[in-house]
Every structure is written in C-alpha cells, then in structure tokens.
Design a binder for this molecule. Structure first.
Ligand SMILES: NC(=O)c1ccc[n+]([C@@H]2O[C@H](COP(=O)([O-])OP(=O)(O)OC[C@H]3O[C@@H](n4cnc5c(N)ncnc54)[C@H](O)[C@@H]3O)[C@@H](O)[C@H]2O)c1
Length: 325
C-alpha cells in the first residue's frame, strides 16, 4: 500500500511512539494526517516538529474509545488508514488494574467496530511484547503463547484477539505490529514513567539509580525511530497485511547492562541500588525478528549505546529547559 495521498489517523499520536510515528509518516506525503489523543499522558509538545513539517496536521483531544467522537473525526477527515497506538501504560495497570484494562480493551473494540462499519479501510494495531509474558522459549516468534503476567499485558492480548476476531469474522483489513521495548526521546518521564527516563532523572538529581529485582531480567530494546520506520515499511508491504509481526532488535539486554549504559552515557560512577522485584515483571524477552526481516529486510539502525547517548542528551536538554522556564 502506498501511503502517499492517503488520509491517515494515529491514535495516541501525542505519546512517545505515536509522535515519532507521526514524524515518520510525514515523509510518506499523506494527503491528511490526524492525531487523536486525550492527552492523558501525551503532550502537544511531542508534536511540535510535526506541526512545523506538516502544517495541515489535525489534532483532536478526544477519547479514542468514544464511538461518537471517533465517528465524527473519521468522517470529517475521510480517513483511509488508522494506526492505533493509544494505550494506558503497564505501570498504571499495577495501581489501577480494572480501569487500565477496560480502557485498553474499549479503545481497541471501538476502533474495530468503526472499521467494521466502513469508516476507514485499513487498521494497523499496535500490540506489545508484554502480550507474550516471560519467554517460554527464545527467541520469541509470533507463535509464542500469550502467557500474560499483568493486567496491562492481558488487556493488550485481549485487544489483539479482538482485532483478529474482526479480521476473521468481518473481513477487517488489519495488521498487528508487536514491538518489544522502545526507548528514545519523548518517553514520558512523569507519572508511570519507564526505567530509562527515571534512571536519567535520578542520576541528574545526584541520586543512585534503582533496579527492581536482581537486574538480570532481560529485555529487547529498540530505538524508537527504528521501530516506527519498521511499522511504516510493513504497512507498505502487502505481504505483511493481515498478520502479527514482531518489531525488535533481536538482542537480549539485561537491565543491569541497560542501567550501566545510561550511567556511562552520563559519566556516573556512583552506586546502583537494588529493590524488590516489581510484581508481574517478565524475566526474559528476546524477539525473533525473522518475519520482519523477511518481509521488509528489517534491520535496526541504532545500536544501544548510541541510542542511549542520544536519549540522555535529549532528556538533559529537556530538564534544563524546564528549570529555566
Ligand atoms: N513504549 C514501549 O516500550 C512499548 C513497547 C511495546 C509496545 N508498545 C505499545 O506502543 C503503543 C504506544 O505506546 P507508548 O509507549 O507511545 O505510550 P504513551 O503512553 O507514550 O502513548 C500513549 C498515548 O495514548 C494516549 N491515550 C491514552 N488513553 C487515551 C484515550 N482514551 N484516547 C486517546 N488517547 C489516549 C495517551 O495520552 C498517550 O499520549 C501502545 O500501544 C503500547 O502498548 C509500547
């Protein structure tokens, strides 16, 4: 599918991955580009570059689970393709499980229903490696069972199954991309933040970074720009349509190595503290990216150390700017 000249809508487009996806989509020269985000965690500042590069960008501060709002927007923007990225992050599901799971499920269900009603043509739904749970085997291919461990993971898996059910029952043209851990600029550093912004913030404030558990748990980290590039190229490849596709680096990194990498990028040589393991934390994650490689020659461009340097530089600049404003 050629995205040039299409009307594209991104849910969660003011968030971390969504805003990078919007930047990347602009290069495809869509006729229209629309973001729906209720700004629960996302920020308009994340779209600053996009507004400059694509002045016609339409932003709606709306709930993507609302049938009424989404029907109006999809009609108004005559949307062809929906990238569905809106989510409630994993840490929120540990403190507000019922609400988080409902939100994630309701957003996906609404997008599926509107697709069934013909309000857009093609859905790219964003899943998560968390849907696999901890590795039963490695590397984890798309056939890995969904051994979920948190309410977030359960809701993400349920959302994927909903999308698949609408594909099979109603012929919805949908593809599920399943990224593993992402990092890079614009990841939320406040409520429910992930480990990378938290560690950068603590080191900057002169506090030791804290690792939950022994730090030997592993993740498969990708620089966010590599992931959104993969997403866009997958959509353009008709052979990818209709499937579930992992997007990851295919490299297993311990949390200890990750935190040491951030410390090195910041010139921090102080202690690292350890605290109790976080409930539901997966032990191992390592993706099998053969499918993405076979379909689009997917090959991440950014090695972890370089990506961490860029990420640290971006956060330090942000924190400094916040202090002077
Ligand atoms: N960050 C990662 O490492 C990672 C890894 C794998 C998969 N994913 C998936 O990628 C997608 C994007 O994640 P992210 O890390 O950018 O998260 P994020 O929290 O930065 O962005 C999600 C956005 O959704 C918005 N949102 C929440 N509820 C909404 C609602 N009801 N209506 C409209 N917008 C709403 C938030 O305001 C936020 O801007 C999600 O589907 C997530 O599950 C993320």
């Amino acid at each position: 599918m050629n995205l040039q000249g299409k009307s594209i809508l991104v849910t969660g487009g003011a968030g971390f991955i969504g805003s990078h996806l919007v930047d990347r989509l602009i290069r495809e020269q869509p006729a229209r580009l629309t973001v729906v985000d209720n700004l629960w965690l996302g920020k308009l500042a994340n779209l600053q570059d996009a507004f400059q590069a694509f002045p016609g960008l339409q932003f709606y501060q709306e709930d993507s689970a609302s049938p009424r709002a989404m029907t109006r927007i999809l009609k108004q923007e005559a949307v062809d393709v929906v990238f569905d990225l809106a989510t409630i992050p994993l840490p929120a599901s540990l403190v507000r499980p019922k609400w988080s799971a409902r939100q994630i499920y309701d957003m996906a269900l609404n997008i599926c229903e509107l697709g069934r009603k013909g309000l857009y043509e093609t859905l790219i739904h964003c899943s998560s490696s968390e849907a696999y749970g901890s590795a039963a085997y490695t590397p984890m291919d798309e056939a890995h069972p969904l051994l979920v461990r948190t309410p977030y993971a359960a809701a993400k898996a349920a959302a994927d199954l909903l999308v698949q059910s609408y594909q099979h029952t109603f012929g919805l043209d949908a593809t599920i991309v399943r990224p593993f851990n992402n990092y890079g600029p614009r990841q939320n550093d406040k409520n429910y933040a992930g480990i990378i912004p938290i560690v950068i913030k603590r080191i900057r404030e002169g506090k030791p970074p804290v690792i939950y558990g022994d730090g030997e748990q592993t993740r498969d980290y990708s620089f966010v720009k590599d992931v959104v590039d993969g997403m866009v190229r997958l959509v353009q490849n008709d052979a990818a349509r209709g499937g579930v596709i992992n997007i990851a680096s295919g490299e297993e990194v311990t949390v200890n190595r990750l935190v040491r990498g951030i410390a090195a990028a910041m010139g921090y040589e102080g202690p690292i503290e350890y605290a109790d393991e976080r409930p539901g934390d997966v032990r191992r994650h390592l993706a099998d990216v053969s499918r993405a490689r076979q379909l689009i020659g997917y090959q991440p461009q950014t090695v972890l150390e370089d990506g961490l340097q860029q990420t640290v530089a971006w956060y330090l600049q942000q924190f400094a700017a916040q202090e002077t404003s």
